[in-house]
Design a protein around this ligand. Sequence first.
Ligand SMILES: [Zn+2]
Ligand SMILES: [Zn+2]
Length: 124
Amino acid sequence: MSVKSIDAQCQHCHSKVHFKIGHDDKEESIEKAIDNLTGKTQIQVRSIIRKHTIDNAEYGYALFVCPDCQILYNPYSVKVEYDNIMLFQPFHKCQRCNSTLIKATNTIEAYACEQCGEKQLTTS
Ligand SMILES: [Zn+2]
Ligand SMILES: [Zn+2]
């Protein structure tokens, strides 16, 4: 899997947005992807890798949306299953209203622009 990129533009405020999905081919394991993580998440993942048995790890850029503002975000997200039963999955928060973001399941056109909050994104 390599990173897929999507260019979008808001027809309302004309800001251009560049979304990325997935992870780079050379990040074939969570160990190699760890530099993409930041802050507390990076520290926690590093510690899980060191002390536990990893069963499954999903990571990469993904589209998330705020359930309240409908604004799209594009964080590098991670989900690690370990020791048969444990799950580490940090939440992403909306920068406007602090709601917990959910995975975006629709196409980009269904969501709002981060700059102006209008649902007028188009992809070329
Ligand atoms: Zn806009
Ligand atoms: Zn929000």
